[in-house]
Design a protein around this ligand. Structure first.
Ligand code: MD3
Ligand code: FE
Length: 212
């Protein structure tokens, strides 16, 4: 599917949309990796800083640094908040994808894994700005049920495009697109048989610290 945003946003912004970049076999391999990661580093329902309100999705991480949230704020942590153990390594398949699709000179440090299950699962419009390496791209991989993804611009009020992201889709946000507001409006249940019981998984690869 060709999202209008590929046209409207334009390649000069650094946004790349690659539907079906992972075939079914690769999707299944990656799902198996996510299940392994989830056993070593159990998914958490983080709460928002300040309000303490829980998010509507579950999260875990792979890599040297994991994105976490609690009442004191968002941050990157070298260890799982409950187990105290380091996060499992980022799967090789994802590191290879990063090397192939970005020209960034250092590997990603965080693979944040978002699990969307149930009708209320969504992610409000936000920017990813907890990283020091703001020049590094972000790479996203979707598995399972399709989602309505919303991509805005640099400012919260900028016009936004909404399009469907399906299992196997890879997106790269580099350059200006790295700063764009984005969110997930809702999941389209029953659109994929990949995940037992349904649901959607999104993996984002991020460079957190500046390479030295
Ligand atoms: C555009 N995840 O984890 S991935 C997130 O589908 C997040 O779970 C969504 O936003 C999800 O922070 C969207 C696509 C994505 C990721 C990072 C971006 C789009 C982005 C950073 C800048 C601009
Ligand atoms: Fe984000």
């Amino acid at each position: 599917m060709e999202p209008h945003s590929a046209r409207v946003v334009g390649t000069e912004t650094g946004f790349r949309y690659l539907p079906d970049r992972l075939d079914e076999a690769a999707q299944r391999r990656l799902l198996a990796e996510v299940e392994r990661i989830g056993e070593a580093a159990p998914f958490d329902r983080f709460v928002m800083p300040g309000t303490g309100r829980p998010l509507s999705i579950d999260m875990t991480n792979a890599g040297p640094l994991g994105w976490v949230s609690d009442r004191s704020g968002y941050r990157y942590s070298p260890a799982h908040l409950r187990t105290g153990l380091p996060w499992p390594p980022i799967p090789d398949l994802l590191l290879a994808l990063w090397r192939e699709l970005t020209d960034y000179p250092a590997p990603p440090e965080c693979c944040l894994i978002n699990l969307y299950q149930g009708v209320g699962a969504k992610l409000g419009m936000h920017r990813d700005q907890d990283e020091e390496a703001f020049d590094a791209p972000i790479l996203s991989v979707s598995l399972g049920d399709a989602a309505m993804f919303r991509l805005g611009g640099r400012r919260r009020g900028d016009p936004a495009r909404t399009f469907v992201v399906q299992s196997g889709t890879v997106m790269v946000f580099a350059g200006e697109a790295r700063t764009f507001y984005h969110g997930v409006d809702r999941i389209l249940p029953g659109t994929s048989a990949l995940i037992p019981g349904g649901g959607r998984i999104n993996l984002t690869l991020r460079r957190v610290t500046r390479p030295r």
